[in-house]
Structure formats: structure tokens, C-alpha cells
Design a binder for this molecule. Structure first.
Ligand code: C2O
Ligand code: CU
Length: 586
């Protein structure tokens, strides 16, 4: 099997059934400025995914691959982070850690494999204002075996958010599914049904509590992970957290799904409505405070236990860390300056937590108030990328600890200001640990967890050492528009399986995907419009660089120019396509 450096390229590869690619679900996701109605008659300027607030709910079944064709039509670069999914680093959507940002006008295909069932969400990273301007959507993965989900009749997603007018306009307030209380359409149920709600807090700066008037809620999932059922009246939700709950609809009426700030359960800041069939009464007042919101039993992390088997808590972790989250006031720039620190450091001037592949790590995260004093109380929703952690000291004990990816640290001096977790380091890379409050994050409250090692043995622990061996070739392509101009020459860095042949192509469209020939399991790849740019063999650590030069022909200006790689996996010669990254040449 060879790759011929000709303009037309044909490969026949025999595949066994076992190596057939998983079923791929393709979706288009475009980020662009737009206008949305957040209250009756009130339009605001926003930056949106697919033109809606919140963005679309992306949904697949476990085992399927989600291929997201992302187009950046914003006036600046961006990246999409798949919050909570422990995916490979190259797809995690953190600019300059996962890969360069996606430049204005550029396309990138996120190929998301092995997604974990549950309720997740996506949002920009490294551009704190973008989340604030409306960019957030839910990602739902249904379990391959439906019996792994609880039974329900009706389902509704609820995205909580606040609108603070970063782009100007006449509205500010809290939103439920992109609308204030006056803009809510009731969730319709029938008596006797079981309602499943999937709730995410996508706000930039607010942690909430929610309750459904007249009904207790049964918590079934914490950050996508199924937990043993816990019945409560009200649930705190930190920024980035998700809760799935079941409601038994046994109390006919028209009811407020009321949301308050976590600091004050006596004021509803936005509400949705659950309405039983046949009910025609007026909707509950926007300001009505249900008694269970104000004083009902509040979910506490210590009540949680994992429903499915998980790695138990070990008495002998390989490494033990503490992470102190604190606000700090100091002099600087001619006045008082507020920063937010983890262990006294502000991003990017941080000492990362160093771990090794396979470690069991124990970490105590605690809210250290204002430099150790319980003044100006703040909440810190702490989030780790690329891994779930297991909460210690819960109803799950050491055998069934609940798994989460975000945990809300209550103010110093309150119960719940300190949380101890364990996590299995099974996803090599360089991963963020940060507070999900955008202002806290932007003023420094972020650090990194890095896998140790010098895998390429060049004597320098470097970026390539942090990256896993990838089943899917990962290209790192410049985020500069000039990299797609006529005559541009540049280098594409490839990360893939070691010692394999890899070829880079350019063309206006993607290479043809796999085609299964009936009876043979044979694939034909025939990119008649793509031109080969270069060939490389990946190193023993799976790295390669492929220099390329685009034709120095002004005719390509205005054309979509994409780069994509093809690997041939010895000895079966099965094909692996990288994602396609494109730009309009200028
Ligand atoms: Cu919701 Cu660092 O992410
Ligand atoms: Cu914080």
C-alpha cells in the first residue's frame, strides 16, 4: 500500500467488520452575531450558535461519533469546549492548549468519539465575553442501552443564564431557555406522567437554586453521571453544573419552576411554568416565590451515591494536592486591584499540578475567602477538564462515590466550602482546573493539571509530551488567515498512532468519507478535487510535521481551502481521516 503523490489518489483498503467506523452523526454549528428576543418585544444583540439563544441541543446515542462542522462567522477567533466530556485533548476546545483557536472565518470539524451518556453542554473557552454574549448549547448523549436511563414520559431541557448586555441594549436580567419570565411557554404535562428535566447553569456569573412549586424532584444524574435517586425540594446549581431530575406529575395545576440566586432564596429571578393538560388558569406571577424554593430541603452533595460501579475511593492515592480558591485585593496600576487565585497564583503564571498516567489523585479544593478571611463571600464553581472526579465523604462512601466534573465551593466559613475528590488520571494531556465564574476566571482563577513525562525523549518536557496517542489523526494548523493565502507555506503538526504513513491534502471540500462496498467491507477513498501536499511517517511517539505550500495562484482567493490528513494504519491498511479545517483564501 502506498500513497502516490499525484493529484488523484485512490486507496482500496480491506476492513474487518470490527474496525468499521462507528456510526457518525454530522451536525452544522455556526457561531455568528445575531439578534434574539429575550422578552416579549425586547430584542438584544448577541453572539449565537446557529442563531438561537440558547444554541441548539446536539444529541446522539452512546457509541455514535458526533462530527460537528463548525464555522466561525464571528469577528474574532473562538473555540468550542465540550464541558464535562472526557474527550481527547485535541478536541477539548481550549485555545493554545488543545490547539490554536479557530480564526474568524475559519472552519473546523470537531470529531467527538466515545462520548459519555448524560447531559452536557458546550461553550467557548478562552474568550470569557463570548459565553456572556449568548454562546452555549446542550449536548445530550443517550445511553446505548435504554435500560441504563430511568423511565420517563416527557422531557425538557432547561438552560439557565443571565443577560448583562455586553453588546449594549435595553435588557438585563435572568433567562430560562433564552427568555425572561414573561416570555415563557408552559411545559405541557398530563396527570400521571413522569417529567424529566435536564438543567444546566450556563450563566457567566451567577449560581442559582431552583424548585418546582407543588412537587418534589428526584435527582437522577449529577453532571451527566447517574446517581442513586435522592428526593429533594430545591437544588443549588453552580455555573457549569447539570442536574437531571424526575418529577411525578400527580398534582394538577399551573406551577412555577422558580429560580433564585443562591445568595437569596426569597427572590425569584426567573421562572418557567409546568402546566397540566386541561388547566387554563393564569400563569404564576413572575415574582412568586414557592415555599419549597424559599425553605424546602436543599440538595447537598453528601446525599449522592453513584448508581453504576465506579473506581472506589482509595486510602492510598498516588498523589495528594490541595487547591485553595481565593479572592485577593492588592495595590496595582494606581489603585486597588482584585484578582482571583488558586494557591496564590493567577493564570497563566501558575505551577501546574503534575500527575502521571494511571495515578489515583486526591485533591482538596477549598474556598479560602478573601486571602483566608471570610469577607465578601463568594462561591467558586470549580471545574476540571478531561476527567470526572469522585466526591469523598458522601452517601456513596468509598464504594460508590458520585462522579462529577464541576463542584460548587461554598463561601469560607460555611459547610461545603471544602470538597475532597479523587480522580483517575487516564486521559493524558494538559488540562485546565478553573473556577467557572467568568470574572473570577478572567482575573486569574485557573490552573493546569499536567501529565509528567518526556515522551519524545528530546530532554524537554514539551507540548507534545502531554498529548495522547490518538485513534484519529489530529492536525494542528495555524489559526492565521495568512496560512490559507495563495502561496502560503506553513507546517501542519500531526499527532496520531506511531510509525504510520500520513498524507496531507488540500481541497475545497472534505475527502470522501468511508464507503462500504456491500459484501466486501471495502472502502474507496477518491478525493478527485483534493491535491496532495505532503507525506510523513509519524514518529515512535506518534508525532509528525508536514510542511505545505499552497499554489501561488490568485485564482484561489475567495475559494474555500481546506486541509485534511489521511493515515493508513498498518498492517490492515485501514484508513483514518483527520478532521477538515478550512478557510476562505484571501
Ligand atoms: Cu465549561 Cu473550562 O469549562
Ligand atoms: Cu469563583
Amino acid at each position: 500500500m502506498r500513497i502516490h503523490p499525484h493529484a488523484t489518489f485512490r486507496v482500496l483498503a480491506l476492513l474487518t467488520a470490527a474496525s468499521l467506523p462507528a456510526q457518525v452523526v454530522e451536525v452544522n454549528l455556526t457561531a455568528a452575531p445575531g439578534t434574539v428576543q429575550v422578552a416579549p418585544g425586547v430584542n438584544v444583540n448577541a453572539w449565537l450558535y446557529n442563531g438561537t439563544l440558547p444554541g441548539p441541543t446536539l444529541r446522539i446515542t452512546q457509541g455514535q461519533t458526533l462530527r460537528v462542522r463548525f464555522q466561525n462567522n464571528l469577528p474574532e477567533s473562538t473555540a468550542v469546549h465540550w464541558h464535562g466530556q472526557p474527550i481527547q485533548l485535541g478536541m477539548d476546545g481550549v485555545p493554545d492548549i488543545s490547539r490554536p483557536a479557530i480564526a474568524a472565518g475559519q472552519e473546523f470539524i470537531y470529531e467527538l468519539r466515545d462520548l459519555i451518556p448524560g447531559s452536557y453542554w458546550f461553550h467557548p473557552h478562552g474568550h470569557e465575553m463570548q459565553l456572556d454574549m449568548g454562546m452555549a448549547g446542550m449536548l445530550i448523549v443517550d445511553p446505548a442501552n435504554p435500560a441504563n436511563d430511568p423511565a420517563f414520559d416527557v422531557e425538557q431541557t432547561i438552560v439557565l443564564d443571565e443577560w448583562t448586555n455586553p453588546l449594549g441594549g435595553a435588557f438585563s436580567g435572568h433567562l430560562l431557555n433564552g427568555r425572561n419570565s414573561a416570555g415563557q411557554l408552559p411545559i405541557a404535562v398530563q396527570a400521571g406522567q413522569r417529567l424529566r428535566l435536564r438543567i444546566v447553569n450556563a450563566a457567566a456569573e451567577n449560581n442559582y437554586v431552583f424548585a418546582l412549586d407543588g412537587h418534589p424532584m428526584t435527582v437522577t444524574h449529577a453532571d451527566g453521571n447517574r446517581v442513586q435517586p435522592v428526593v429533594v425540594q430545591a437544588i443549588p446549581i453552580g455555573i457549569g453544573e447539570r442536574w437531571d431530575v424526575l418529577v411525578d406529575c400527580v398534582n394538577p395545576g399551573t406551577w412555577s419552576f422558580a429560580v433564585s440566586l443562591i445568595e437569596n432564596r426569597n427572590a425569584t429571578v426567573v421562572r418557567g411554568v409546568v402546566q397540566y393538560a386541561g388547566q387554563t388558569g393564569p400563569l404564576p406571577a413572575a415574582t412568586f416565590v414557592p415555599s419549597n424554593l424559599a425553605t424546602g430541603s436543599l440538595l447537598n452533595y453528601v446525599q449522592l451515591a453513584s448508581y453504576f460501579p465506579v473506581q472506589p475511593i482509595t486510602a492510598t492515592p498516588n498523589r495528594t494536592f490541595t487547591a485553595a480558591f481565593a479572592m485577593s485585593m492588592g495595590m496595582g496600576g494606581g489603585g486597588m486591584v482584585m484578582t482571583h487565585t488558586i494557591n496564590g497564583q493567577t493564570w497563566p503564571n501558575v505551577t501546574p499540578f503534575l500527575v502521571a498516567h494511571g495515578d489515583q489523585v486526591q485533591m482538596t479544593m477549598f474556598n479560602n475567602g478573601m486571602n483566608g478571611m471570610p469577607m465578601m463571600p463568594e462561591y467558586h464553581p470549580a471545574h476540571v477538564h478531561g476527567h470526572f472526579f469522585r466526591l469523598m465523604g458522601t452517601a456513596g462512601g468509598t464504594a460508590n462515590p458520585p462522579q462529577k466534573d464541576t463542584v460548587l465551593l461554598r463561601p469560607l466559613g460555611q459547610a461545603g466550602s471544602s470538597v475532597t475528590v479523587q480522580m483517575t488520571m487516564d486521559n493524558p494531556g494538559r488540562w485546565l482546573l478553573h473556577c467557572h465564574h467568568m470574572e473570577h476566571m478572567a482575573t486569574g482563577m485557573m490552573t493546569a493539571i499536567e501529565y509528567l513525562g518526556d515522551a519524545d525523549a528530546d530532554g524537554v518536557p514539551s507540548r507534545s509530551d502531554y498529548e495522547p496517542m490518538a485513534p484519529l489523526p489530529v492536525l494542528t494548523i495555524s489559526d492565521q488567515p495568512a496560512a490559507f493565502a495563495p502561496g502560503a507555506s506553513n507546517t501542519v503538526r500531526v499527532q496520531w498512532t506511531p510509525n504510520q504513513l500520513f498524507a496531507l491534502f488540500a481541497g475545497p471540500t472534505e475527502l470522501a468519507p468511508w464507503v462500504v462496498l456491500p459484501g466486501l467491507g471495502t472502502l474507496v477513498l477518491e478525493p478527485t478535487t483534493a491535491a496532495p501536499l505532503g507525506v510523513a511517517i509519524t514518529s515512535a511517539t506518534g508525532m509528525a510535521t508536514v510542511p505545505y505550500a499552497l499554489p501561488n495562484n490568485p485564482a484561489i482567493v475567495g475559494l474555500r481551502v481546506g486541509l485534511q490528513g489521511v493515515g493508513l494504519l498498518a498492517p490492515t491498511n485501514s484508513l483514518s481521516l483527520s478532521t477538515f479545517q478550512a478557510m476562505t483564501a484571501r
